[in-house]
Ligand binder design. Structure first.
Ligand SMILES: *Cc1c(COP(=O)(O)O)cnc(C)c1O
Length: 402
């Protein structure tokens, strides 16, 4: 059979009507700037911060312009600067090493395992070898490492953890929301993540001084008192004068779009995971294909799925990508020599010193990735899995030397 899939892998759902109504309310008011409020009024942005703090159980929350801005701001607020080293996963998206570079620091890349999480043993070795005091932990593609073990290693070594939760908003480890194990959690509200405001980011922490610095950094001027989800005013006494304004505020329009989406995030997670499980089931048992195990302690959000084809040479993977694409199934390959689209490999970040990462390289060489937008039905997911099964069998039958 050579039927094909007609759906669009980058098509997200429409913005809910309730969110559109809220956005129109902001537009009609003309007050889009977060500090353009009436006395005593809590604007949409401040309310979004209250909502997200309550949702994650964080003491404080700050909304900003993007996930990448959130990451860079977290580092700056922790005092990271030029010449410092920051540990991070070797497999992540470019904004993560980019955030480290943006404060003048140097990324120290840590190996990832076949299960796509940070290699905790390599982390311990690199903490010792580099003297780095900060880990920017990326839950890349929504895979969460053993957080209890990771935090034990980092706590023992005095390493502060910043979590990149771009793919884990709504996820948890052992019941603790992703972003709440480390000192600071950073999230993205960009279109391809779990809530959609085009662009946007959120920062959570229980650390008052860090969040006071982040608030001033984000461009609060002296309006930090209008952050009901921010630290108490006295925290700002000297911080407000010592911290630069690196303008990166969230606005009321985007906050208004986000609040109704956050309220239904749990249902969205259920819908994503049903799609994930449908594809996973369809790929289970395909000879030569390795799925990524999902630990029982992990509550994940299946907004994308990854699988490996261990031992497949590049030409065979290339043939599979072409055959799947011809039948409407868009796969991404993290092993391609030249960076394409959103894919990113550590050796294409040439602003960072070249680093030897054989384990990560071996994983990425045969790793494939596929988005699962909620515009796909369960039937769509079963069709996609069947197409992949057929094309993997066909490409797998090609001679290795070809
Ligand atoms: C998207 C993404 C970011 C950055 O988010 P933006 O809001 O696009 O800046 C950071 N880390 C990972 C892993 C991402 O996928």
């Amino acid at each position: 059979m050579t039927d094909s899939f007609e759906g669009n892998f980058t098509q997200q759902e429409p913005i809910p009507e309730e969110a559109i109504d809220a956005a129109l309310g902001v537009l009609r008011s003309g007050r889009l700037h977060r500090y353009n409020t009436d006395p005593g009024e809590i604007g949409e942005t401040a309310q979004l911060e209250l909502d997200f703090a309550a949702m994650t159980g964080a003491r404080y929350c700050l909304a900003v312009t993007s996930g990448g801005y959130a990451l860079a701001t977290a580092l700056r607020a922790l005092g990271v600067g030029p010449g410092d080293r920051v540990l991070t996963n070797a497999f992540t998206l470019a904004p993560v090493p980019g955030a480290i570079a943006s404060v003048g620091a140097t990324p120290v890349l840590v190996e990832v395992t076949e299960d796509l999480v940070i290699d905790v043993e390599d982390l311990a070795a690199k903490i010792a070898a580099s003297g780095a005091r900060i880990l920017m932990l990326s839950h890349m593609r929504g895979h969460i490492c053993d957080m209890d073990r990771l935090m034990a290693v980092c706590d023992a070594a005095g390493v502060t953890v910043v979590e990149d939760c771009a793919h884990t908003m709504g996820a948890a480890w052992n019941g603790v929301p992703s972003g709440r194990h480390g000192r600071v959690g950073c999230y993205s509200t960009q279109t391809y993540k779990h809530v959609n405001s085009g662009e946007g980011g959120l920062i959570v922490s229980d650390d008052a001084a860090v969040m006071a610095r982040a608030t001033i950094l984000s461009g609060s001027y002296m309006f930090y008192g209008r952050h009901p989800a921010g630290p108490p005013e006295e925290t700002f006494e000297t911080i407000r004068l010592e911290t630069p304004n690196c303008s990166g505020r969230m606005d009321n329009l985007r906050a208004a779009i986000l609040r109704p989406q956050l309220a239904r995030l749990d249902d969205q997670v259920t819908a994503w995971n049903a799609r994930y499980r449908a594809v996973e089931e369809g790929l289970a048992g395909v000879p030569g294909l390795a799925l990524v195990p999902r630990p029982a302690a992990e509550r994940f959000v299946g907004s994308s799925i990854q699988f490996r084809l261990p031992g497949w040479p590049p030409a065979r993977i290339g043939a599979l990508l072409a055959a799947a694409a011809a039948r409407g199934v868009a796969l991404k390959w993290f092993g391609a020599e030249v960076p394409q689209g959103y894919t990113s490999r550590h050796d294409s970040w040439r602003y960072a010193p070249a680093q030897d990462l054989p384990r990560t390289d071996a994983v990425l060489a045969t790793l494939l990735d596929m988005r699962l937008p909620l515009t796909f039905s369960l039937e769509d997911c079963r069709l996609i899995a069947r197409i992949l099964r057929e094309e993997i069998a066909r490409a797998g039958a090609r001679p290795a030397a070809e």
